[in-house]
Design a protein around this ligand. Structure first.
Ligand code: PBG
Length: 329
């Protein structure tokens, strides 16, 4: 049977009918808001490439937590900019560093807020790489996997101790999920959750973030540890390894250029899945909207919905506040 008996448009006739048969929803509870806390600031500082996003002083932490609660946003992820950087990223292990302090303040102001902390040394290393360096086989400097995961495990425990609900390693070192799990458990943080950036590509779309977090690598690139954009089977391998090492949730990053990968990981794993709608994806929409090329609100909601439709349970996004405002109620 077909036309004229069958008419799909019947279900699109009114907005109520359309709502009744809508397959994918976007709600404020699907959104996680990233925040950048800078230890050296007393006032918030705009990030030129990311309209509406700021480097924040620690004194803003409580108000940010409350603002999220008022919007119905349940979770945030924290990044830190220290006053000092060094080759080993050791300022990332300071219990009074920007992330531990922000965690304590936010959990104190808003205990029910799900506070996630990004675990990586690139914000704390003077060279900007996601790990400790050593001289590689060809004489060039390389990131030392096994030395790095020891630092990450310490950082994970530090953030758990400060009160983070979730620690989220974003470095792409091998074995870091297992190492962090073991360290958390032996320190008594069995119920701290690990969200693994399991599938993270070496992407041009992190450009604005590297301004925001002041962590662009001073030499070379991240292709020796982040994934090659051509690879999708490898994404399943990374996801499976992290699941076996004890990850509680997985993430794919970036989101928009990797919707197929989100779908593939969704089908291969039963773990909750997040996707990171990264800084370049955010900047791109704002730039196009500022140039009068598209409607920002509509384009934003369509992008976020596409990420949900691809299979993400939750989305880390700089659009969180506006998107929550548009989708609540
Ligand atoms: C690394 C990290 C990066 C992002 C989140 N964690 C940058 C990178 O790998 O270069 C990117 C987030 C974004 O672009 O919004 N700590």
């Amino acid at each position: 049977m077909g036309f004229p008996t069958i008419r799909p448009r019947r279900l699109r006739r009114t907005k109520e009918l359309r709502a009744l048969v809508r397959e994918t929803l976007l709600r404020p509870s699907h959104l996680v808001y990233p925040l950048f806390f800078h230890a050296g600031l007393t006032e918030k500082r705009p990030i030129a490439t990311m309209p509406g996003i700021f480097q924040l002083p620690l004194s803003a932490a409580r108000a940010e937590a409350k603002a999220m609660r008022e919007r119905g946003i349940l979770g945030c992820i924290l990044f830190g900019l220290p006053k000092e950087k060094d080759p080993g990223g050791t300022t990332g292990l300071d219990p009074d560093g920007p992330v531990p302090v922000a965690i304590r303040e936010m959990k104190d102001a808003c205990p029910e807020l799900v506070v996630m902390a990004d675990v990586c040394v690139d914000e704390y290393t003077d060279h900007g790489h996601c790990g400790v360096l050593r001289r590689g086989r060809d004489g060039a400097m390389d990131v030392d996997n096994d030395a790095t995961i020891r630092v990450l495990a310490e950082m994970g425990v530090l953030f758990a101790k400060a009160g983070a609900d979730v620690v989220a390693p974003s470095d792409m070192m091998d074995g870091r999920v297992g190492k962090i799990r073991e360290a958390l458990d032996s320190a008594g943080y069995e119920d701290t959750t690990i969200l693994s950036y399991a599938v993270k590509y070496a992407s041009a779309f992190y450009g604005p973030f590297r301004d925001a977090a002041d962590c662009a690598p001073k030499f070379g690139d991240r292709a020796g540890y982040q994934m090659d954009p051509g690879n999708a089977r490898e994404a399943l391998r990374e996801a499976r390894l992290d699941e076996e090492e004890g990850a509680d949730m997985l993430m794919v990053k970036p989101a928009l250029s990797y919707l197929d990968v989100i779908r593939a990981v969704r089908e291969a794993s039963t773990l909750p899945l997040g996707a990171y709608n990264v800084s370049g994806e955010y900047a791109m929409l704002h730039a196009a909207a500022q140039a009068g090329m598209l409607d920002l609100d509509r384009a934003m909601l369509e992008v976020l919905l596409s990420i949900r439709r691809a299979g993400a349970d939750f989305i880390l996004t700089y659009h969180a506040h506006r998107a929550a405002e548009l989708t609540s109620g």
